[in-house]
Design a binder for this molecule. Structure first.
Ligand code: SAH
Ligand code: SF4
Ligand code: F3S
Length: 471
């Protein structure tokens, strides 16, 4: 009798343990959000799995940044459609930026979709799922001025167990004319710093050795116990208890000297000297800044509403080099062929690159996004083949600079945090140096999660190669 009951119990439990597969596209913030979603769903009895074939529900966390990003997701939906034909009860949820941009329209456009959930609605996902199980489609794309998911302890998906992302803020108030993010992610808000420090401490206690603090514009991080709303408040400038990004960096750096800190993305108009001096002061804050320029021409920067000029940006670069030295890694994002860009203005991007000599860049050609200021005010007038040619020139220039910068590292020794095996061979390990460069070296007896000093003896434009110096 007892045994029979247990079997029923087990059977019931098994039925209740629904399986969820989550796939993420777009930026690190989306990867981080998927880890929050995973945590929320786990609390509601779901098991998070790595293969969609066994799933009861598939969530796709989507990106809208360029037309191509959305196209990739539509193609993927076509593949999941086949899955749904075999298993009609399979629930398909679209999360993230594409959900927020297209809202209900997505349900008409893609019949396969059951749930549309914007970036601020993830606490509502269990209810949305229940609604689908009750036979309805479910949508929540309400943006919030306060939601930071501060109290949710993310599960780590596809983790190497060494490096992790921590979201420190959400949204963006900047309104760069080309960009969809302010529309898909809403107003900027900063997360309670004490919850950030707690998360960093927990990660360290669980063996993690590097955290990357994430936000669209980390330098405008601002939080105060005295402000009712977490939205950025100008007046907290005079508030002695206010915590800005430099202070937050310091708080996280103090968690443990063996926990490395990175951060992304910095906005050239907001990064302060205080932040630079804080990086210099703490050995465990990595000597690396991602400082997207977008264009090297002041008129184009104005049309983009980036609120800085070429000269202003270059002064920031000079300041970084002055405080942190030439070894500090600097990377960028660039857009080729923005509305009205003349050939000479494109050349200004190339000469700016020559001055800065970025270690690395993410490079794109302009893709008009519906609803943005640029799509309403300017004509997308640069022919595709010109955009592509300008982009190819930017990529070429970057490849040259990456190799040049990497060659300067030959003969130097860097502290590397080991992240795992190298892609090519299990006889080699791979990690990154403080400047965020990939370093490959012979495995010997070393293990993931350890720090090693590596003397660099060779390089390509993508990686440094070396030998352990403290064997
Ligand atoms: N918050 C970050 C960038 C977020 S989006 C910042 O301000 O730098 C990442 C990059 O995508 C941008 O830096 C930009 O280079 C690129 N991007 C954004 N919108 C784009 C568009 N419409 N077409 C092409 N590239 C775009
Ligand atoms: Fe987009 Fe500009 Fe905000 Fe970056 S700062 S997310 S480019 S609007
Ligand atoms: Fe894409 Fe949204 Fe990030 S549009 S780049 S996933 S904030």
């Amino acid at each position: 009798m007892e045994a029979a009951e247990k079997i029923i119990e087990r059977k019931d439990n098994k039925q209740e343990q629904k399986k969820l597969y989550i796939e993420s596209y777009g930026c690190a913030m989306n990867i981080s959000d998927s880890e929050i979603v995973g945590s929320i769903m786990q609390k509601h009895g779901f098991k998070i799995i790595n293969n969609y074939q066994d799933a009861d529900a598939i969530f796709i966390n989507t990106c809208s940044i360029r037309a191509k990003a959305e196209q990739t997701i539509r193609t993927r939906l076509g593949q999941f459609n086949k899955e749904k034909k075999n298993n009609p009860s399979l629930i398909i949820g679209i999360l993230g930026c594409m959900a927020e941009r297209l809202k209900n329209k997505l349900l008409d456009e893609e019949k396969i979709i059951d749930i549309v959930a914007g970036p601020d609605s993830y606490r509502d996902l269990p209810r949305l799922l229940q609604k689908v199980e009750d036979g309805h489609k479910a949508v929540n794309t309400i943006l919030s001025k306060e939601e930071t998911y501060a109290d949710i302890s993310p599960i780590r998906l596809n983790s190497n167990g060494v490096t992790a992302f921590i979201s420190i803020m959400r949204g963006c108030n900047n309104m760069c004319t080309f960009c969809i993010v302010p529309f898909t992610r809403g107003r900027e808000r900063s997360r309670d710093p004490y919850s950030i420090v707690k998360e960093a401490q927990e990660l360290f206690d669980n063996g993690y050795r590097e955290v990357t603090l994430l936000g669209q514009n980390v330098d405008s991080y601002r939080w105060s116990p005295n402000s009712k709303t977490q939205d950025r408040l100008r007046q907290i400038e005079d508030d002695p208890e206010a915590i800005d990004f430099a202070k937050l960096l310091e708080m996280v750096a103090k968690v443990n000297i063996n926990l490395r800190i990175r951060f992304s993305t910095s906005h050239p108009k907001d990064i302060t000297d205080d932040v630079l001096y804080t990086i210099k002061k703490y050995e465990n804050i990595c000597n690396y800044i991602h400082l997207p320029v977008q264009s090297g021409n002041s008129r184009i920067l104005e049309v983009m509403n980036r609120t800085y000029t070429r000269e202003w940006y270059l002064k920031k670069i000079d300041k970084i080099r002055e405080v942190l030295g030439y070894e500090c890694g600097i990377s960028s994002d660039m857009i080729a062929g923005f509305c009205s860009e003349l050939e000479e203005e494109h050349k200004d991007t190339l000469t700016l690159m020559d001055y800065v000599k970025y270690d690395f860049s993410y490079m794109f050609y302009y893709s008009e996004r519906p609803g943005t200021l640029a799509s309403r005010k300017f004509e997308d007038d640069i022919p595709l083949e010109v955009k592509k040619r300008r982009l190819a020139e930017i990529i070429d220039r970057q490849s040259k600079h990456s190799l040049e910068r990497n060659k300067l590292d030959i003969g130097k020794t860097f502290r590397v945090l080991i992240e795992g095996f190298s892609k090519r061979s299990n006889d080699f390990l791979s990690g990154r140096n403080p400047a965020n460069k990939v370093v490959i070296f012979p495995k010997k007896h070393f293990k993931k999660g350890q720090y090693v000093d590596i003397k660099i003896n060779d390089c390509t434009k993508a990686s440094l190669f070396g030998e352990v110096n403290n064997d």
